[in-house]
Design a protein around this ligand. Structure first.
Ligand code: ATP
Ligand code: MG
Length: 298
């Protein structure tokens, strides 16, 4: 069976006058995956999400959620979507439970038990009767996610859900999103934090200045050659020797270090010793998403 595509954008574009916020973004998100939408500040993430949620009309391109086209006028399918864009819209003088109760009045079809269920899901059940204004940033964020989850969405769209949070708060959110995905909820989240996305997402799309520059599984994106770092007191000679090695590429120097990709460290050592350019030290770094991202956006 082919994997079901839950969310699809096709050559999405949004210009604000001369500002080309989104230039060409085609995404495809599969059922029950956690999909990371990654890009630096101002790269067009929020603008893309606003169009996906029918809050803003694209200059060009198309959005489909569960195979239905979404526009600001045609947005019925959004009843199956949960969303949190920006900081959560909480009613701070009211308790967590009251916040959910007020949201529930918009969905009279929901069973009354859904409020307790949602509070448990985001681990706020024991503090449900505390006012939201007394909550930590992480708790507020989880209450925001609870509001987005109340209607049992099949797709959850979150714009920078861990923005401004400390590592412990981020961990709580990661665990929550993981458990939701295990229950079959598809999650689309944006972030400018490579490390965060690497830890939580199954697949990612990288956007820069409104253009999609990569899309795939983390494993696919990390399929770059390891970097061999050579500490030497003669970088010029070392570079010359490395250039003779077959498949060596991306040779760079910085201070007393030479970096090379495409060749095994054992081969590098052998060649340098043969040529009497004995290195001080040779080490290997596996590229992480951050270094891949920096290479892509260079
Ligand atoms: N309503 C608007 N009018 C004019 N320009 C806008 C508008 N909204 C966004 N922009 C511009 O579009 C570009 C993309 O902005 P957007 O908010 O989508 O980026 P982002 O990736 O979400 O950034 P961040 O990580 O800072 O949230 C920016 O240059 C921004 O200034
Ligand atoms: Mg944004």
């Amino acid at each position: 069976m082919e994997t079901e595509i839950v969310l699809e954008t096709n050559q999405l574009k949004k210009h604000f006058g001369a500002v080309k916020a989104v230039e060409d973004v085609s995404l495809s998100v599969k059922r029950a995956e956690i999909f990371g939408f990654l890009g630096p500040n101002g790269s067009g993430k929020t603008t893309t999400i606003s169009m996906i949620l029918g809050l803003m009309r694209p200059t060009a391109g198309e959005i489909k959620i569960f195979d239905e086209v979404v526009t600001p006028e045609q947005n019925n399918v959004l009843r199956r979507v949960g969303m949190m864009v920006g900081s959560p819209a909480l009613l701070l003088p009211f308790t967590a439970r009251q916040n959910l109760e007020m949201m529930a009045t918009m969905r009279p079809d929901l069973p009354a038990s859904r409020i307790d269920e949602t509070l448990k899901l985001v681990d706020l059940y024991t503090v449900a009767d505390r006012k939201a204004k007394t909550f930590s940033l992480g708790m507020k964020q989880r209450l925001g996610i609870a509001l987005a989850l109340l209607n049992q969405p099949e797709l959850l769209i979150l714009d920078e859900p861990t923005n401004g949070m400390d590592p412990a708060g981020m961990l709580e959110i990661r665990q929550l999103l993981r458990s939701l995905a295990e229950q079959g909820v598809t999650i689309f989240l944006s972030s400018h934090l490579m490390h965060e996305v690497e830890q939580i997402c199954d697949r990612v799309a990288v956007v820069q200045k409104g253009n999609l520059i990569a899309q795939g599984s983390i494993a696919e994106l990390l399929k770059t050659d390891p970097i061999v770092s050579i500490h030497t007191n003669d970088t010029t000679a070392t570079v010359k020797i490395l250039e003779q090695l077959e498949n060596a590429h991306s040779i760079e120097t910085k201070e007393q270090f030479v970096y090379v990709q495409g060749v095994a460290s054992s081969l590098v050592i052998e060649k340098l010793v043969q040529e009497h350019a004995i290195p001080e030290e040779v080490s290997i770094t596996k590229p992480d998403l951050e270094s891949v991202f920096l290479t892509l956006t260079k």
